[in-house]
Every structure is written in C-alpha cells, then in structure tokens.
Design a protein around this ligand. Structure first.
Ligand SMILES: Cc1cc2nc3c(=O)[nH]c(=O)nc-3n(C[C@H](O)[C@H](O)[C@H](O)COP(=O)(O)O)c2cc1C
Length: 421
C-alpha cells in the first residue's frame, strides 16, 4: 500500500492558512453534495487534511470512493467499533480543528437542533458540540423547505449556541449552497488567529483609468492581485474590510465591503469620504492609480475616419495616498511604491522618500521590472520599510503570503498580539 495518497499532493499548493489543521467534512443528502470534491480540495490547497463523513442519503448522491479520492483519506460511511465520531471530534488532543457540514439538509439541521444523532454526520456534530470544536453549517435545499418556519427556528436555535451558518444563496427558487470561496474564507477566518478583530481596514487596489473620450482609456497593467490579497488577509484575520477597487481583474472576496471606482478622481473621493465617514484603524494604499489624465478629454468618440493623428496633453493626477493622513491622521498608513528596473538600494531610497512625503507609517517597495514581480504576476518580492528606515526584505513568494508578511508587520507595530504560527 502507498504510505501517502497521491491526491494529497495538492495540500498547501495555494497557501498555508490551514497548515496543520484537520477538518471533518460532513456531507448530507443534498444535490449540492456534487460540490464536495471542490470544497475538500480547495481546503486541502490551503493546507488542511480533510476527512469526509457521509450520511446514507449522501452516499446515494455521490459515491464514497469519490470523496476518498478527493481527500486521500478513508471516508466514514457508518459508525463501527472504531467509534469514528469520537475519534474525529471527541475531547482529545488529536480531534479535528473544525467540523464543516456542507451541504446540510433540512433534515440534518433539524436533527442537530434537537440533539438527535442517528447518522455519521449528526453523531460527529453532537460530539463536536460536546468537545467545543467549531462547527460551520452550509445549508442547501429548495427555497420552499428553507422558508419552513420550523427550519428557520432550527437555524436560529443553532446560531444561538455558536454554530456558524454560511449562505444559502437564494437563486432559481432554491436555497443554494454558498460559493466554494465563501465557504473556504469562513473556515480560514474561523481557524486563523483573529489579531485584526475589531479593527476597520481600508484597502485600495487595482488600476484606475483615465478617459481620452467616452470609450477609450489610458491606464496601467495592474491586476489588483496584491491589494485584493491584502484585503482578503485582513478579512481572514478578523478585520472589517472596505475595498476601494479600480478596474482590476482579481476577484475580491465576498466578505469585504466593495466600492467600485474607475478614475483616479473617483478613487480619491471614495477614500476621502470613507475616512470622513468612519474611523479606519489601518489604510493600505495598494492601488496603481493612472498617474496621468488627459487635460481635455473628448466629449464624443474621436472618429478614426476624421482624425488620423491624435496629440494628447496629459497632466499628473492627484496622489491619493497624500490625502490619507490629512483626513485621518490616526490611521496607520501603509503606502506602496512600484518602480521599474532599479537596484535595491535605489528602490529603497525612493520608497523611503515617498514614505516621508505622504507621511506613511510603512511603505512597501517593489520593482515591477523583475521576473515574477511584474504587474499581473501571482508572486511578488518586496521591501517593507518603516519610518525609522528598518527594512524587511520579503523574497519572491505568492502575493497572499506577501500580504501576510505586510499585515504581520502592521500587527507588530500596532501591538495586536498575533501569536506567530
Ligand atoms: C436527489 C435528491 C436531492 C435532494 N436534495 C436535497 C437538498 O438539497 N436539501 C435537502 O434538505 N434535502 C434534499 N433531499 C432530501 C434529503 O436527501 C432527505 O431529506 C434525506 O432524508 C436527508 O438525509 P440526511 O440529512 O441524513 O442526508 C434530496 C433528496 C434527493 C433524492
């Protein structure tokens, strides 16, 4: 026999947020069970070991072999002399870190709410309730079932005892299982240290655009991946996050409040109005604003039949980051400085100069002219510089990991007390 299942090769491929964590994925008899492979494997990509536990009805919808393949672990399909429910969720040091019931049928929710455990998933949940193991329930059913008064009461009852519910999404008269990324975000938030809990974080990300005429723009190649990674990381670590987002291609996480903007002026106004409306503890200015804007944009589409040569006059746009400390002096400001093909010394020198100009608390410098750090890459190499000119070099790694390093420094500076794992 193989000592390690080949399916486990993907563990940690996307990140280490769930490294060393074990999750019991309880699958019940909903059509949404077809999503369990994706959910299990995404959890694994973030570092988790997953053990599937299936009800009889779930086993009629997807075969346990599929979940064994997906997780690389034996699947619990019945309780035997091995007392699988206790082995997974009992009060002992090797129990799972979290029980995820996804999808959860109306039937299983009802049973949990009434302390009934007569299926492998309900027995695991019962045991987890008694051993203080976090439980997340992800319902999926027809809308008519979901609107049933008793089911609503059952859900409320379970929320009151600390069980977290994710979704459902009401679509096509169905209470559909939440999106995979929403589920993964909820699991990570539950298991990561919540050092940013109670803090409000404002992040700007993506490129802004400037219009030459109503349909043509000038911009830059920023994808928004770095800023979105920072927003996601802050959300995972418990912050209340607002993301002011230009026209980036990276998908922002569902759990952040999203403000979409296009132009530099719009982004600037949005930042100022957010800072005036609420107290933000941290501002991370990762957007790549279009630095130049046409002095006189054309009001109508410029016709190529009539105009064969177009000369544009551009003027520098306002620096958004310069406004932050003026409007909100108490916010901890993290600025970014992108340069092109510079020696490290010069990159750091210019970034530090910029930190002083915008009165930032930290500046993150990167050179977008290097291999693996260009706009749009999934990786980055940065220097994090503070006001005392202490420099932390973050070598080439995923943007999500870079975001973690940046927020680790913020956490340390603000004494948020994050225990390093
Ligand atoms: C194909 C199929 C799809 C089903 N989908 C759902 C569903 O999405 N949600 C739900 O609550 N019940 C659904 N049911 C009904 C449940 O399977 C049924 O209530 C069963 O008793 C649930 O048992 P369990 O909670 O132990 O898995 C479905 C049944 C079948 C046959």
């Amino acid at each position: 026999m193989l000592s390690r299942h080949p399916s486990k090769e993907i563990i940690g491929k996307k990140g280490e947020e769930l490294k060393g964590k074990t999750i019991a994925l309880c699958i019940t008899g909903s059509v949404a069970a077809v999503r369990c492979v994706e959910i299990a494997r995404e959890l694994m990509r973030h570092g988790a070991e997953v053990y599937a536990v299936m009800s009889q009805m779930a086993q009629k919808i997807i075969h346990p072999y599929l979940m064994e393949w997906a997780t690389g672990n034996p699947v619990v399909t019945e309780l035997t002399g091995k007392i699988e429910h206790v082995a997974l969720a009992g009060k002992h040091s090797w129990k799972v870190d979290l029980v995820l019931v996804a999808p959860a049928t109306a039937n299983t929710i009802g049973k949990i709410a009434h302390g009934i455990d007569d299926t492998p998933p309900t027995s695991v949940v019962s045991t987890a309730l008694g051993s203080n193991t976090p439980i997340i329930v992800v319902p999926a059913m027809h809308e008519s079932m979901y609107q049933h008064q008793i089911i609503k009461e059952n859900i409320e009852k379970l929320k009151k005892i600390g069980i977290e519910f994710i979704g459902p999404r009401i679509e096509e008269r169905t209470a559909k299982i939440a999106g995979t990324f929403e589920i993964i975000d909820a699991v990570i938030s539950k298991l990561m240290i919540q050092d940013f809990s109670g803090l409000r974080v404002l992040v700007t990300a993506g490129p802004t655009v400037e219009y030459l005429d109503p349909i043509r723009i000038i911009s830059n190649r920023s994808s928004g991946k770095m800023g979105v990674a920072v927003a996601r990381e802050a959300m995972w670590r418990g912050a209340d996050v607002t993301l002011i987002y230009g026209l980036g291609t990276a998908s922002p996480p569902r759990g952040v409040r999203l403000v979409n903007v296009e132009t530099t002026e719009e982004m600037c106004k949005a930042v100022v109005s957010e800072l005036k409306a609420k107290k933000y503890d941290v501002v991370v200015s990762a957007a790549a604003a279009a630095d130049f804007s046409p002095s006189k944009p054309y009001k109508k589409k410029v016709s190529t039949q009539k105009v064969s040569k177009l000369v544009l006059e551009l003027e520098a746009t306002k620096k958004i980051v310069d406004e932050v400390k003026v409007v909100s002096p108490k916010s901890f400001l993290v600025a970014f400085k992108a340069e092109y093909k510079l020696k490290n010394e010069e990159l750091i020198k210019r970034a530090y100069q910029r930190l002083l100009e915008c009165n930032a608390d930290l500046i993150v410098a990167n050179d977008v002219g290097r291999k693996g750090t260009m706009f749009g890459a999934d990786t980055n190499e940065v220097f994090i510089i503070d006001r005392k000119k202490n420099i932390i070099h973050v070598p080439l790694m995923s943007k999500q990991m870079v975001a973690r390093k940046i927020l680790d420094v913020v956490s340390e500076k603000l004494k948020l007390g994050r225990k390093r794992d």
